[in-house]
Ligand binder design. Structure first.
Ligand code: MG
Length: 163
């Protein structure tokens, strides 16, 4: 049974450990850095959190259930594949994106210069206007594992409107 309310809200969170020498992909952008995500797919926390927010808003199984990391077909996967699947569910259930707000937490490097390309990528993947997508980037003030550069995290909230 799919939801039919005029508005649905969804929240997504993701975190990946960073390891030396791995590729760092954030919001579909390759970020030059000496460490990247230790993950089964490309470890893009932004695309994972956005996918989960949309799936959550539609009361569907989460990203880990839909694309299990035990399944070899998702090894090194481009996370755009996951988001594209969530967008197909959106269309199928007659919802459209209202807006999306994303917060990425990474101690270093600074993501300020990558926010616009990330926004472009998300708007393209979601088939929406850039004004519907916002990206915020924060450090973790050097506290905890995020602040020590051991991990990257992303929080996302999405609003869906029924067409
Ligand atoms: Mg993930």
């Amino acid at each position: 049974m799919h939801p039919t309310q005029p508005f649905r809200i969804g929240h997504g969170f993701d975190l990946h450990r960073l390891k030396a020498g791995a590729k760092l992909v954030v919001g579909g952008c390759d970020i030059p850095h000496d460490a990247g995500c230790d993950a089964h797919s490309d470890g893009d926390v932004v695309l994972h959190a956005v996918t989960d927010a949309i799936l959550g808003a539609l009361a569907l199984p989460d990203i880990g259930e839909m694309f299990p990391d035990s399944d070899p077909q998702w090894r090194g996967a481009d996370s755009a594949t996951f988001l594209k699947t969530a967008v197909q569910y959106l269309k199928r259930t007659r919802y459209a994106l209202g807006n999306l707000d994303v917060t990425v937490i990474l101690q270093s490097p600074k993501l300020a210069g990558h926010k616009q390309p990330m926004r472009d990528n998300l708007a393209r993947l979601l088939g929406c206007d850039q004004s519907q997508v916002n990206i915020k980037a924060k450090t973790n003030e050097k506290a905890d594992s995020l602040g020590q550069g051991k991990a990257i995290a992303c929080h996302t909230v999405v609003l869906l409107e029924r067409k």
